[in-house]
Design a protein around this ligand. Structure first.
Ligand code: ASP
Length: 564
């Protein structure tokens, strides 16, 4: 029972199920009086069974806003089958009534799930899952489930561990992805695999991440990178079609190094311009010494041109400068071009000769940063992102997909100062760089590709290492001790030594795709029972302490008892 309304002796019930709302009318002309009396007192969210006759509504009662607005159910009998306590949060809301606070809604998730918006999201999610399954099946892929209680599968996060009761002191790990298993399935001869896989990653709190999530996980043997990309493009085309959008393939392929140069980020939002420009060669001797010194030290001058930005206030430009500085850039230079010429601290720092070479037309705002690529490119990339978010900058297209290819094989982890795999340690080095694996490993590119949509990373994939010796080299470069390689990865290395076909694959973040296609901005809107950003399930109350007895059965003791 969504809501009731009384009009004299008539009671209108809005009944709701997953298909929508239907008006049931209790009228003394066809409804027994005792039924009307019960109907008048029904509390919201009570579950009822109603008998009646579906009838066309009188013309003056037609409700154009409701799909069922031309009909009503003329009630003859009504039974309360599921009485409801007063709901903690409203399900039926007035037009302008705001949603309750999210924490409260997560706590009362079943009520929130009754909201038509969330019902529509989960119905869409179901349809997308079926489309993915059909598409993969029609291309000859087999859906094969891999274990949840397993061994570590590194994807750059911490493992969730599950203690074994029967083997005290031993632990299973929940899979960060089915990566190793899907590779071993290739070795086992199932040359096309997919799975709607559950993955678990214990990461520090991050907005828009869920500790457990679903991905459309794919692996195939005897393929090139291009083959995998074609399959993924087909899946994405089918998913977007299901949500009512036609998209064009093939997607643009952009090399990682070019994406960084042009957009300062490896997941560029191609719906917008504002490409970064390299103005280093324009720098003339009359530039300020910090510009000259920066360039002499190997830094580059990276700039962005904003047409009609010359009218921006100082405050608006300062806000962009704050974004750049937060990324580690010393400062953001700016210059405005008016009919009177160039003005701004950037114009002074560059000097007339440099400005002349950079050029520009009246109305332009130029933004720039000097520095090493590792700092200046991402910082200017963030500035670009801010520009795309301004309301006057409308996207030129709705759906901008691309592939980012030729990623570096390793990246430097700022926190530890160590090299880490840019993807995961099973990614094959680029064939043109394999010879550098021993001499200059950190310069190697990888057979790793990401699919990007409107600035969102939809997924990653790679061609895999199939030579056990190369795999061992990678572990060694990552400083995994020999005994640990044996302990953690012997089953993979043995598998690769058993005759491994060349293979590669991909994983699409399914929750994110469902969120984007539902037009939502939170993963929690497309997951039935999600966790908060603090990895808590508020509805069921997990994680939760366990009793001393349960711990003892697992041969475990908790050292820290205070609640965090
Ligand atoms: N296992 C990878 C991931 O979860 C995807 C892949 O390489 O296929 O990101």
């Amino acid at each position: 029972m969504h809501r009731t309304r009384s009009l004299g002796s008539i009671v209108f019930l809005d009944l709701r199920d997953r298909a929508g709302v239907l008006q049931a009318t209790c009228d003394p002309r066809f409804t027994p009086l005792d039924v009307i009396a019960v109907a008048g007192r029904l509390g919201a969210e009570t579950v009822v069974e109603v008998d009646g006759v579906v009838a066309v509504r009188p013309a003056e009662m037609v409700n154009r806003e409701l799909v069922t607005g031309t009909i009503e159910l003329q009630v003859t009998a009504l039974r309360i089958v599921g009485p409801a306590v007063t709901p903690a949060i409203p399900v039926a809301r007035g037009k302008d009534e705001k949603l309750a606070a999210e924490e409260l809604r997560l706590k009362h998730r079943i009520l929130d799930l009754r909201r038509p918006e969330l019902q529509a999201n989960l119905i869409l999610r179901h349809r997308l899952l079926q489309v993915a399954r059909q598409l993969m099946t029609s291309h000859g892929f087999l859906e094969i489930e891999t274990p949840i209680l397993t061994k570590t599968t590194p994807e750059g996060a911490r493992d969730y561990l599950v203690p074994s009761r029967v083997h005290p002191g031993e632990f299973y790990a929940l899979p960060q992805s089915p990566q190793i298993y899907k590779q071993l399935l290739m070795v086992a001869g199932f040359d096309r695999y997919f799975q709607i896989a559950r993955c678990f990653r214990d990461e520090d709190l991050r907005a828009d991440r869920q500790p457990e999530f679903a991905q459309i996980d794919i692996e195939c043997a005897f393929v090139t990178q291009e083959d995998v990309q074609v399959v993924v493009e087909r899946v994405l085309t089918a998913l977007w079609k299901e949500a009512g959008h036609d998209i064009a393939t093939p997607f643009e392929r952009i090399r990682w190094a070019d994406a960084m140069e042009r957009f300062g980020i490896d997941k560029p939002d191609l719906r917008y311009g504002f490409e970064l420009e390299n103005w280093t060669a324009h720098v003339q001797p009359d530039a300020a010494s910090f510009v000259l010194d920066g360039v002499a030290a190997g830094g580059k001058l990276r700039g962005i041109r904003v047409a009609n930005g010359a009218t921006w206030s100082r405050k608006e430009v300062d806000a962009l400068a704050a974004v750049a500085k937060a990324q580690g850039l010393g400062g953001l230079l700016w210059a405005k071009r008016t009919d009177a010429g160039w003005e701004g601290q950037g114009a002074k720092a560059f000097g007339a000769a440099t400005m002349e070479r950079i050029g520009g037309v009246s109305g332009d705002l130029l933004l720039a940063g000097v520095g090493a690529d590792a700092v200046a490119l991402p910082a200017m990339g963030q500035v670009r992102l801010e520009l795309t978010r301004r309301p006057e900058h409308l996207p030129t297209i709705a759906h901008a997909f691309c592939w980012i290819v030729d990623f570096p094989l390793f990246e430097l982890d700022a926190a530890s100062g160590e090299h880490m795999p840019a993807h995961h340690p099973f990614t094959a080095p680029h064939p043109d760089d394999t010879h550098k694996l021993e001499t200059a490993p950190w310069e190697c590119r990888a057979m790793h590709y990401d699919a990007v949509y409107n600035g969102n990373e939809l997924g990653s994939g790679s061609i895999r290492i199939t030579d056990p010796a190369v795999q061992e080299t990678i572990f060694r470069l990552l400083k995994v001790p020999a005994d640990e390689i044996q302990r953690r990865f012997a089953f993979l290395l043995d598998g690769l030594a058993a005759g491994a076909p060349p293979h590669g694959g991909f994983a699409l973040g399914f929750d994110r795709i469902a969120m984007l296609l539902a037009g939502s901005t939170s993963l929690r809107d497309v997951i039935a029972f999600p966790k908060t950003t603090a990895a808590r399930a508020l509805f069921e109350g997990a994680p939760s302490p366990v009793s001393e007895r349960d711990l003892a059965a697992l041969s475990l003791a908790v050292l820290v008892k205070e609640k965090s």
